[in-house]
Design a protein around this ligand. Structure first.
Ligand SMILES: Cc1cc2nc3c(=O)[nH]c(=O)nc-3n(C[C@H](O)[C@H](O)[C@H](O)COP(=O)(O)OP(=O)(O)OC[C@H]3O[C@@H](n4cnc5c(N)ncnc54)[C@H](O)[C@@H]3O)c2cc1C
Length: 384
């Protein structure tokens, strides 16, 4: 049997979020960017609507929804405010990691606060000398009695300036490569933690930045999963975030196409609506087709994850092409709307800046092609 339909419940959730996104998020999307303010009240509002707790089990205050439903949230929030899709992606990724691998006491402490939107959480893997080559991280976590002492610098971290807690990857075994990495829950307010923001081109209010750890002490229970297994256990979560990112970007691009279709039906040149010219309608069709392909590959990947089936290759394909197709579509929409779209009066220039960030964040195209090549051709042909 092959069935591409969403359940009635999923459809109702999509409709509710579409309305919320277009009525309550979209009108202020550019305001937060221009004022450089993080709208924490909207993050909380997403919690009330059940968006933050989709991957949090009911007993910890979430809805325990499936991954496909989480994808719907990414797509629909993306229509109204691309930056707030980080609530879907970061919370989905981090809730899955905590729920699957963390100690019970940590689940009880963090999952309800993630679901409600009271706490903002981030994930800190990248370092100044290790991005694509993530196994090359140098931050260390040294065991001392019943605690770990963390030292090092994380860079490029989303929510560095607004986050209350980070999942931090650090080396617990200096001798082995990726096998010597462990993941820890590290609250931001611990002594020795310092976070500094960047002046980014997009995703401004998400406060990307660097985290400096100087003798930060965490209890041993903050280790997530087994020591030295951070990569093999915890990084499987990135298959979820990659699929969600494809839908976040596609949501912003679909909204741009919808707005552009309205524009070309009403704007005239040479006595006719722009929409009558194939030089205008074909680019719209071109990008719509790309976005539909990405959307369905993303939902297929999420469905595979829900079934407990392999989906790394699918996730990597969506992460590689989703942000790329979306920024191309938004760019074209900007051109089709003419010079006003080049101003900050319209959301298109910001969508373009915002979406481009996720061509890099969570792994570049090349990093994702490694994943696909490894599965398609064989891991013995990996370049590293
Ligand atoms: C918007 C945004 C959000 C982010 N959020 C987070 C976050 O929350 N947490 C986090 O840990 N990190 C985050 N990052 C960092 C991101 O994951 C890294 O920037 C990314 O993995 C690339 O690493 P790098 O910047 O060090 O580039 P490098 O690894 O130095 O790569 C530079 C270029 O070389 C290419 N390249 C590298 N190696 C190869 C190779 N072997 N073959 C071919 N090409 C190669 C890359 O594809 C890239 O184009 C974010 C980045 C951005 C832009």
């Amino acid at each position: 049997m092959l069935d591409f339909s969403f359940s009635e419940e999923q459809q109702a959730f999509r409709e509710m979020l579409r309305e919320f996104s277009l009525k309550e998020l979209l009108p202020n999307y550019t305001k937060w960017d221009s004022e450089g303010e993080f709208p924490r009240h909207l993050w909380k509002r997403l919690g009330e609507l059940g968006v933050n707790g989709l991957r949090v089990p009911e007993k910890y205050g979430g809805s325990g929804a499936d991954c496909v439903t989480t994808g719907i949230a990414a797509e629909e929030v993306g229509r109204g405010d691309f930056n707030l899709t980080y609530a879907v992606m970061l919370n989905g990724l981090i809730s899955d990691i905590i729920n699957n691998h963390a100690a019970d006491s940590l689940k009880q402490k963090w999952l309800p606060q993630i679901a409600s939107g009271d706490k903002v959480v981030g994930i800190a893997l990248t370092e100044p000398a290790a991005g694509t080559d993530a196994a090359g991280i140098r931050s260390t976590a040294v065991r001392k009695g019943d605690r770990y002492i963390l030292n090092g610098e994380k860079s490029g971290i989303s929510a560095a300036t607004i986050g209350d807690m980070f999942i931090v990857f650090a080396k617990t075994d200096q001798q082995s490569g990726s096998r010597g990495v462990s993941a820890f829950i590290v609250p931001r307010d611990l002594p020795g933690m310092e976070c500094k923001g960047y002046e980014d081109m997009g995703n401004v209010l998400i406060g990307r930045g660097s985290i400096y750890m100087s003798d930060v002490e965490v209890p041993e229970e903050n280790l997530i999963g087994l020591e030295n297994q951070g990569f093999s256990q915890v990084m499987n979560g990135f298959d979820l975030s990659r699929l969600l990112i494809g839908l976040q970007c596609a949501g912003a691009a679909f909204q741009s196409l919808d707005e552009t279709i309205e524009h070309v039906k009403t704007r005239h040149s040479f006595g006719k609506p722009l929409a009558k010219y194939q030089g205008v309608s074909f680019p719209i069709v071109h990008h719509y087709t790309h976005l539909e392909l990405i959307k369905w590959q993303a939902y297929r990947g999420l469905w595979l994850r829900d079934q407990g089936k392999k989906h790394s290759k699918e996730a990597a394909s969506v992460k590689w092409l989703g942000p790329k197709y979306s920024q191309e579509a938004i760019h074209e929409c900007l051109l089709l709307n003419g010079h006003y779209a080049y101003t900050k009066e319209m959301p298109l220039e910001q969508r373009l800046r915002d979406v481009i960030g996720l061509e890099i964040g969570d792994g570049t195209a090349q990093a994702n092609k490694f994943v696909i090549a490894k599965e398609l051709i064989g891991k013995e042909y990996k370049p590293y």
